[in-house]
Design a protein around this ligand. Structure first.
Ligand SMILES: O=P(O)(O)OC[C@H]1O[C@H](O)[C@H](O)[C@@H](O)[C@@H]1O
Length: 543
């Protein structure tokens, strides 16, 4: 049944009406212990959702909706390997990537956990040998730079995590990421590198992604231009993929390929071999800690009652705002420079998973699905777009993410950072009303401009420290939040057909650009004129 026609949704609609414009000031006045009552802690991760536009009744209704939508069965189906990715007839088993050795997870009657650990063992051995210098380039020198070539899920996860955990990377090891097909990207990445000491990790689930293969070919040509050695590619290129045939076709020895499986979605693949560059950067042991952290959140998701289940709570709050407040976007604001790429990572996770207009049954959903996810680290965002968060005409639910203890010892910086985080959530929630502004001595002519309506929702997520373990928890927290929402909306969160059309058209246009004489008559007048303009410049440049 579509979600909007369920009794649970109808009750929420009534409840939303009765809530009207009730202000967070009032809710906090009414419930003296609202803060602690609406804070849930699990294994060191604190989620305070008190500054959301909800009452205890709202939460009860949202959680009842989750129960009615059989979320518990959905969670079980995902974790036990049921093929919930129906359009691709596959399970979505990223959770098996962090299962301990003694657990079994069956896919088509076969336990996949031994395969997972066999690859992890190979990764550990390889990453260890690169880090220790035992793995040599073809001229006998140890590797000092690792370049991960991949895009989307084969880039964002490891790049986000490598930045987050950079303190764990030895100073003499440089791990870089290149994704864009824009030639400036690979040029800048390779600038100043010593081919004799550089290792390329070509990461692609399909090994057919044009951007990645183009960058990999350019890197191979760059390497071969200096290292005239038949063993150069074997010593300087490894692959991470599900596609051994294409890897061999590219010229990478399958012995240097690290495998994963089609039941791992690209945007969920960081804990798989896609994490190889990260493992080299932070070391096998720390990579293992990330898996254990993610595992801890998996277990929590599976077993905690919904009212104390962090991913479920975050998930239903998002459903509430999309369904009943017309909130088009959701901001992720990590108050931690190290989490600078988290918003980009979560954009793919959330928008590629749930940005859909078709239900699992092939119908149109009758409610809005994924929000537009965006964000920047604090405090930078405050000096850029927070104006709109505080006084704009649109409601933007925000996640503020803070880390209690920094990895440096400069408390002055950290106190300021955290003060800003807390202040922003307070300002958004409670605002400053016009009479208060006037009472402060602001001239009446300016009072409206300097008024803050407040009642702008936010959730605060606190981690004790940013470590591989807590980063693993945070990743799994958001993965399961996204799952919760997709399940409630009734969509398949694990396919991504929406990226295909643009790819197909780009292939066709690419051919037309290369064949100068190609007839552009099939294109619309806008595209045709743009292509002609580009072809002219291209022809002049090529002489
Ligand atoms: O890992 P690859 O096969 O190279 O895919 C890289 C990315 O490209 C695709 O277009 C998908 O939209 C992403 O989900 C995927 O992560």
């Amino acid at each position: 049944m579509s979600i909007a026609s369920t009794p649970g949704w109808r009750k929420l609609r009534e409840h939303r009406k009765s809530l009207g414009t009730t202000h967070l000031r009032e809710l906090f006045d009414r419930e003296r212990a609202r803060g602690p009552a609406m804070t849930v802690e699990y294994d060191g991760v604190v989620v305070d959702y008190a500054k959301n536009l909800v009452t205890a009744e709202t939460m009860d209704l949202l959680l009842a909706l989750a129960a009615d939508r059989d979320l518990a069965a959905g969670i079980e189906a995902m974790l036990s390997g049921y093929p919930i990715n129906t359009t691709e007839r596959r399970p979505a088993l990223h959770t098996a990537l962090r299962a301990p050795r003694d657990v079994s997870v069956l896919v088509d009657g076969r336990d996949v956990v031994p395969d997972v650990h066999a690859v992890l063992d190979r990764m550990r051995e390889f990453a260890g040998s690169v880090r220790s210098g035992a793995w040599r380039g073809c001229t006998g020198k140890p590797i000092r730079t690792v370049v991960n070539i991949g895009i989307g899920g084969s880039d964002l996860g490891p790049a986000m995590a490598a930045l987050a955990l950079r303190e764990c990377t030895p100073a003499d090891l440089d791990v870089r990421f290149v994704s864009n097909v824009d030639g400036h990207a690979i040029k800048r990445t390779l600038r100043g590198l010593d081919p004799e000491r550089t290792l390329f990790v070509v990461a692609s689930k399909t090994f057919t992604t044009v951007e990645t293969l183009t960058n990999a070919r350019t890197a191979r040509a760059w390497l071969s231009a200096t290292l005239d050695d038949p063993h150069a590619v074997a010593r300087h290129f490894v692959a991470v993929s599900t596609n051994a045939r294409e890897v061999a076709e590219f010229g990478i020895d399958p012995a240097n390929m690290f495998e994963f499986w089609d039941w791992v979605g690209g945007r969920y693949s960081l804990p798989s071999a896609i994490g190889l560059s990260l493992m080299i950067a932070i070391g096998p042991e720390r990579f293992g800690e990330l898996l254990v952290g993610a595992r801890s959140m998996d277990e929590h998701f599976r077993s905690a009652p919904f009212s104390r289940n962090l991913p479920v709570l975050l998930g239903v709050l998002g459903v509430w705002y999309r369904g009943f407040f017309d909130a088009q976007t959701h901001a992720v604001l990590p108050y931690d420079e190290r989490l600078g790429r988290l918003p980009a990572y979560l954009q793919q996770l959330d928008m590629e998973s749930n940005g859909k207009s078709v239900t699992r049954e092939g119908a149109s959903p009758d409610v809005d699905t994924a929000p537009i996810v965006w964000g920047e680290p604090g405090t930078n965002g405050q000096h850029a777009f927070f104006q709109l968060l505080h006084q704009g005409t649109t409601i933007v639910p925000c996640d503020f993410i803070g880390v209690l203890e920094p990895a440096h010892s400069d408390l002055e910086h950290h106190d300021l950072l955290m003060a800003n985080l807390f202040a922003q959530t307070e300002a958004l929630a409670f605002g400053r009303f016009q009479d208060e502004v006037i009472a402060e001595g602001v001239p009446e002519s300016q009072a409206r401009h300097r008024t803050f309506t407040g009642n702008r929702p936010s959730t605060t997520i606190l981690l004790p420290r940013l470590t591989p373990y807590t980063l693993g928890q945070l990743i799994a927290l958001y993965e399961h939040k996204v799952f919760t929402q997709g399940w409630l909306w009734g969509i398949n969160s694990f396919d991504q057909w929406g990226v295909e059309l643009g790819k197909a058209l780009a292939n066709r246009i690419h051919d037309e650009i290369r064949a100068d004489s190609a007839d552009l008559g099939d294109h619309d007048s806008s595209t045709r004129a743009l292509l002609q303009r580009y072809r002219q410049v291209r022809t002049i440049r090529n002489g």
